[in-house]
Design a protein around this ligand. Structure first.
Ligand code: HPA
Length: 270
């Protein structure tokens, strides 16, 4: 595979850039990028094959620099499958992170909870996912590298680092299985009942295609959901994007603390 033009553009800003950890910031979490020191900021619009970041709360910027001495490359905002019907819409950004030298990708998202113990405002570490959408971002890949192993895709070592970081900061970190629904409509109560039977604990419209791509490119992966609501039919609250944004912003403080602590320990742990 030849190096992406986006990678060349980023390198031309500073040839010494060596990020180890890539981070994708989901709805309402973009302000974490303000913590980056010695920032280089590049708009997705200036990077070939990067998406427009179309949804409210998604800035559409790549921010590179350091947090607690760990070199990071932050994708401040994502594009979703439901925007244009392309599930590989984040392929170039993720490939670019790999080409820049990242070994790890941390994903964040907003999700609805399927279990009463995991309430809005809390955080869930992904232990696995379910993709029954019938869609894969690897459709069209031609060689045998497309047959990607998905066992332990949420890296046990990274997940342990997150548990330790949560303990250190006194943050309750739930754990569970995330199920990807395409959106953009929210789910029906019957779909949520079915998802519960399948073994899901949280539901969302992102992350899974990015995780498949990241595994394809050989990155280690960990992901955390901010729980913004109980899933459809689980209480009386009507679901809306405004509601998601409001609750994501409220719980952002804990995710910021968790990510900060994770990055503080990253250099010594890996
Ligand atoms: N369903 C799908 N996506 C979501 C939800 C939900 O309940 N909450 C936040 N993102």
């Amino acid at each position: 595979m030849s190096v992406k033009p986006a990678t060349k553009i980023i390198r031309s800003k500073d040839s010494k850039i060596q990020p180890k950890v890539g981070i994708i910031l989901g709805s309402g979490l973009g302000s974490f990028a303000y913590r980056v020191k010695n920032q280089i900021i590049i708009s997705y619009n200036d990077l070939p094959e990067f998406p427009d970041a179309g949804v409210d709360g998604h800035a559409g910027k790549l921010v590179i620099g350091t947090i607690h001495n760990t070199e990071v490359a932050i994708l401040q905002g994502r594009a979703h499958y439901y925007e244009k019907g392309k599930s590989d819409v984040m392929k170039t950004p993720i490939q670019t992170l790999k080409e820049l030298g990242c070994e790890t990708l941390i994903l964040t998202n907003a999700a609805g909870s399927l279990v009463p113990e995991i309430q809005p405002g809390s955080i869930m570490l992904l232990t696995d996912h379910i993709n029954f959408t019938g869609v894969s971002p690897l459709f069209g890949e031609t060689d045998s590298s497309r047959f990607v192993d998905m066992v332990n895709v949420y890296d046990p070592g990274l997940n342990q680092q997150f548990r330790d970081a949560a303990d250190e900061r006194g943050i309750t970190l739930h754990e569970g299985v995330y199920i990807w629904f395409c959106g953009p409509s929210f789910e029906t109560p019957s779909e949520i009942k079915a998802a519960k039977h399948l073994g899901a604990d949280a539901v969302g419209m992102s992350t899974v295609p990015e995780v498949i791509l990241a595994r394809f490119f050989g990155l280690k992966i960990s992901a955390v959901s901010i729980i913004t609501n109980m899933a459809a039919g689980m209480n009386e609250v009507a679901l809306s994007h405004d509601h998601t944004m409001e609750n994501a912003t409220k719980a952002a403080k804990d995710i910021h603390a968790l990510l900060g602590e994770f990055l503080l320990k990253y250099e010594t742990a890996f």
